[in-house]
Design a protein around this ligand. Sequence first.
Ligand code: NAD
Ligand code: IPM
Ligand code: MN
Length: 361
Amino acid sequence: MTKNILVLPGDGIGTEIMAEAVKVLDFLNDKYSLGLNLEEALLGGAAIDATGKALPDNTFELAKKADAILLGAVGGPKWDKLPPADRPEKGGLLRLRSELQLFGNLRPAILYPQLAGASSLKPEVVSGLDILIVRELTGGIYFGEPRGIRELENGERQGYNTYVYSESEIRRIAKVAFEAAMKRGKRLCSVDKANVLEVTMLWREVVQSMAADYPEVELSHMYVDNAAMQLVRAPKQFDVMVTGNMFGDILSDAAAMLTGSIGMLPSASLDINNRGMYEPCHGSAPDIAGQDKANPLATIMSVAMMLRYSLGLEQPANDIDAAVSSVLDQGIRTGDIYSEGCKLVGTAGMGDAVIAALRAQ
Ligand code: NAD
Ligand code: IPM
Ligand code: MN
């Protein structure tokens, strides 16, 4: 049966990394006759330029119908002056996540042994690292109301946001995390700021109340400031981490660097039925956009996650993982993961190397 994949390259390096991910997907689609039908649409700044809207109606309709979505990255300085709700980030990406109820964001930070030297931490601190960050993606302070910038009586402006989580929102993301922990090392660390914020006091209470349903999972709780410190001190103590939207955003970028580069961190954003959007954790990287420098591996590994989680295609997903490993074995590196003696390639060169490794399988 045909499956429809919506491809949203977005802005900046989004278009460059997506071209390589699509090469990989096309290759596997042909090799295994997967019957995937790829369609491309505009999102973010590119969509604003073409249609005036960060999430054009056409893109939204295609997204609702798609079996899975692949996203590059959105945003850039060109659109930073627009009102918040119209920007690529809020008007495009966050709206799409929210409308499709993609609340479960899985961000696996895995250190490929070949990249131990590229991590900013000592090899012994990171070797064997395999963490899964489960980030709540459609609630918390990103979406809480009221929000805005208002004028105070004394004439100065005040910015404000609201950090909210309901019990049901906490329960559904915690369930994702407990179940992920069951399939992995059976250790779950819930990250909050329950010493200060009521919303996360409730978070801690609800997560704790679910522990009895997962007796095999060892549940712990940690304040977010300590969690940030522990991630760089001794990251291998973690198996699965679960946290809210903003803390998850920040901790996953920190975790990314443990793996050598943010260019190595894929993600899956899933709804309650495992329908999802797949995207690298990094942004549109305006500083290197258009220079054939971006690492496409996070996006290519996001393709593997899509095949596995939304399409149930384990073999081609395994092929991608093995091809990435083989490319790294060969010492092929983009600039962000380069170390001495390796072969430096650009975005397209890295995509070609992955295809060559797939062909050689
Ligand atoms: P960024 O992730 O785009 O870049 C941070 C740094 O990491 C930059 O130095 C960049 O060159 C580097 N980097 C990122 N991805 C890389 C890759 N694949 N290969 C090599 N180096 C890479 O974050 P930023 O600079 O804070 O944000 C830039 C824009 O991207 C902003 O408009 C932001 O809102 C947007 N953004 C979008 C997403 C998304 O679409 N999912 C995620 C994060 C940021
Ligand atoms: C991410 C990004 C987004 C987020 C931005 C671009 C809205 O940083 O996917 O990590 O904060 O969720
Ligand atoms: Mn982020």
